[in-house]
Design a protein around this ligand. Sequence first.
Ligand code: PBG
Length: 315
Amino acid sequence: MKDVIRIGTRGSALALWQAHHVANLLSQGGVSTEIIAIETQGDKILDRSLSKIGSKGVFTAELEDALYNHRIDIAVHSAKDLPSELPAGLEIIAFTERERVNDVLVSFNKSISLTDNKPWVIGTSSTRRIAMLQHYYPYLRTTDMRGNLQTRMRKLQEGQCDALLLAYAGVHRMNYDEHIVAYMPTDTFTPAVGQGSIAIEASESLEDTKRSKIRQLINHKTTEVVLRTERAYLNRLQGGCSIPSFGLATFSTSEDLVTLHAGIISLDGTRLVSKTLQQSSANAEIMGSQMADEVLSSGGAEILRKIREQQAVNK
Ligand SMILES: NCc1[nH]cc(CCC(=O)O)c1CC(=O)O
């Protein structure tokens, strides 16, 4: 293909890593690429927590404008940052192979442990991580920690907290593996929907030749099945990224069985609803929606209503 594929991305180091990863996959397949970095609201506003900005699409809107006016062919996102409902005319056309999905604890203090009953201060701004820390480790404290990974690592080094709780994928991509002191178990500390994969967003009007080339060179089938399952859950739940919901699907291809573990937790961690469902891959997205119905009817709706109330007050 002689056409260049123009890749839009945020300008943070992690976003650029992801864009270069996608560019490499394309160029290995003989496709020329150009990377175009675009700043988003989420990159500019650093003094307020995301749940207060009203978060929907803060990391994606400017990239989506560029897709609409054909300044770029594709936008590369952490799948986790992409709202479950995309603006009209846009779609996800590929997912990269998922990285290890766990949250990890990162610290310069190798002796830190989450189970030693000490009031360590954990830096995170994720409502899900704060709630889960309070639920599973109530003696710990948390402190708000925004900014890109490099900024957070600097704040950790300055002693603003004892440890950070982060997605393994980002820590690994930014070469901070040596500071990982614990891997959170995914059955209890279940990650956010989409964690660890990169999603390729495009306009529905993207030329077919480009679309099929991108799918052929980038899309990882197993990842696509689990990500679409998780996103169906998030979509029906109508949560949004400041809601502490979680969901992790795994796919046993030999048995053609997708297992989805998902739920929601109250902001203070006191109430948690979670379920596990299994289905064949053909029915996995429907299962994702069913999961949301089951979680909502088992107390999830009440948790969600309370969270909305609390977040409206704190705005
Ligand atoms: N919310 C920000 C964000 N979006 C994607 C990642 C990491 C990479 C990924 O999970 O794909 C991170 C940082 C983090 O959660 O620690």
